[in-house]
Design a protein around this ligand. Structure first.
Ligand code: SF4
Length: 115
């Protein structure tokens, strides 16, 4: 899927401008019309919905693209190789010290649990 400011183009080349916002989820949701989707040859691979495909794009999606771009550089690949050692520590914290289950709500209280 490709996206410009207020439009989204699906793999079949259909462009939609039909959007709405979810402020609680910080996403823009694009709707493709069911008339287009129900006669599309790619529908089986795309969606099971009878009312047409919807696509939610988070406001921070550009950060994911930026991270993917960075990880394809030599510097990013070198940093990615360091990840298993960090993940091992995270695994011990989660499984052995119980940080996989929060005992209270809120980031500050969770930080206290970690300490
Ligand atoms: S099913 Fe709809 S959204 Fe999916 S590729 Fe076809 S026209 Fe595009």
């Amino acid at each position: 899927m490709t996206r410009s400011k207020k439009t989204l183009t699906c793999p079949a080349g259909v462009v939609t401008e039909d959007t709405y916002r979810s402020e609680t989820a910080h996403t823009t949701i694009y709707r493709f019309l069911e008339e287009k989707c129900n006669c599309c040859v790619l529908k089986n691979k795309c969606t099971n919905r009878q009312k047409g495909r919807t696509v939610s794009i988070n406001d921070n999606y550009h950060l994911i693209l930026k991270a993917k771009e960075y990880l394809s550089t030599d510097e990013g690949k070198a940093e990615l190789k360091l990840r298993p050692s960090v993940e091992r520590v995270n695994g011990v914290l989660k499984n052995r010290f119980g940080l996989g289950v929060t005992k209270s709500w809120g980031a500050n209280k969770y930080k206290m649990q970690v300490y």
